[in-house]
Write a protein that binds this ligand. Structure first.
Ligand SMILES: *Cc1c(COP(=O)(O)O)cnc(C)c1O
Length: 394
């Protein structure tokens, strides 16, 4: 029994349970490697954002340990007061070089980066032109800015232009924001055509490259590099928590904008800096990617193999053009049941349902990574084949 004022929670949890939408949060008991211990069981890891295997990479761990000895464990202040260490600036310089932009700012997370950048650039007199499927952190960043949010249909440049033509003249400024890679479907934004439309109407442009960094472009330089659009997107949002394997967010782009964000962004001004260990590990990740494309190349090789084999088995793997591989199943209970049966067979692949994806589009999202050997991928494929047949999916 709970207090009457909290009864709504019990009711809501019960309805989630009945709809099969309650999230089963599993506990990892080992690093995010190809094989992990999850709830006491050794399983193949097919649901990590650790695309390149950097989360447990010896070189990043060494860098983090050395940074603790040299700089301590905490920054003990926000960046704008006494929390900016030389290490942060070094990372920002190297990251800007890697991405081919004028300047970069390292913040606490990708989520924070969106809040920092959007709120600094637009306010209540402005509007935001936003893709319907943009990430939750973009949506929340837009809400916090109090700018008018105008949504265009997913990936639809003609619709974006219609929204722009009909609306922007009523506002002081307009900002166009899109995810680069859409994390649920693995498709990518038509960045070249969006850039052309934005240029024609003089919009500020921003792309969230969280799933593109370390994955797309030359040696993992991201989606702007993939399209050859250097200098044409004003702001690139990034995360250091996916392919880079650590934690933190990045705001990269024109110096005039990044300098302004240093003065204005609330997560930068009111929340403490990232720790030295994380910062140094990120720096090691950037250096590693600059030195060699081996990991990125292996990621794509694995992606081509896994997707090809899954299609051959008869699975619907959606419209992804990236290592994100949605296995489309329809209703959430079926996706959860398939995920459970994979887990019994030693394969960890999470089911995603509403509200993470629209109702009726539940799926298992496989994240292919460079860590997986051909044998590992075959273990995964065999489990999908068996469990998929049992449930009549294939
Ligand atoms: C994961 C993700 C984020 C959040 O990044 P964190 O560093 O985990 O906070 C932001 N935007 C997109 C598109 C993402 O996929």
């Amino acid at each position: 029994m709970v207090e009457p004022k909290l009864q709504f929670i019990v009711d809501e949890m019960e309805s989630l349970r009945q709809a099969g939408l309650l999230i089963n949060i599993r506990t990892m008991e080992s690093p995010a490697d190809a094989w992990m211990i999850v709830n006491g069981k050794r399983v193949l890891n097919l649901c990590t954002n650790n695309y390149l295997g950097l989360a447990n990479h010896p070189r990043l761990k060494e860098a983090a340990k050395a940074a603790v000895d040299r700089w301590g464990v905490g920054p003990a202040a926000v960046r704008s007061i006494a929390g900016t260490q030389a290490l942060h600036l070094e990372l920002e310089r190297r990251l800007a070089e890697f991405k081919g932009v004028e300047d970069a700012l390292y913040v606490q997370s990708g989520f924070c980066a969106n809040q920092a950048a959007i709120g600094a650039l637009v306010g209540p007199e402005d509007c935001i032109i936003s893709d319907r499927l943009n990430h939750a952190s973009i949506i929340d960043g837009c809400r916090l800015s109090r700018a008018k949010v105008l949504v265009y249909e997913h990936g639809d440049v003609a619709d974006a232009e219609r929204v722009i033509v009909e609306n922007v003249k009523s506002y002081r400024r307009a900002l166009l924001i899109t995810d680069g890679v859409f994390s649920m479907d693995g498709d990518i934004a038509p960045l070249d055509r969006l850039a052309a439309v934005a240029r024609a109407h003089d919009l500020i442009t921003m792309v969230d490259d969280a799933h593109g960094e370390g994955v797309l472009g030359r040696g993992g330089r991201g989606i702007v590099d993939h399209f050859g659009l250097h200098g044409q997107f004003d702001i690139e949002i990034g995360t250091m928590s996916k392919a880079f394997g650590v934690v933190g967010g990045a705001i990269a782009g024109k110096k005039v904008i990044v300098d302004y964000i240093r003065q204005k962004a609330r997560p930068f001004l009111f929340s403490s800096a990232v720790t030295p260990a994380d910062t140094a590990a990120c720096l090691a990740a950037v250096e590693l990617l600059e030195e060699s494309t081996e990991l990125v190349d292996r990621l794509w090789e694995n992606t081509r193999y896994f997707k090809g084999e899954m299609k051959g088995l008869g699975f619907d793997v959606g419209r992804s053009v990236t290592p994100i591989t949605p296995v489309m199943l329809g209703e959430a209970p079926l996706a959860k049941e398939l995920s459970n049966r994979l887990f019994e067979r030693g394969v960890f692949a999470m089911a995603l349902g509403y509200p993470t994806v629209p109702k009726g589009l539940a799926r298992i999202r496989v994240m292919v990574s460079a860590m997986l050997s051909r044998q590992d991928l075959d273990v995964g494929l065999q489990a999908f084949a068996q469990a998929g047949k049992e449930l009549g999916v294939i």
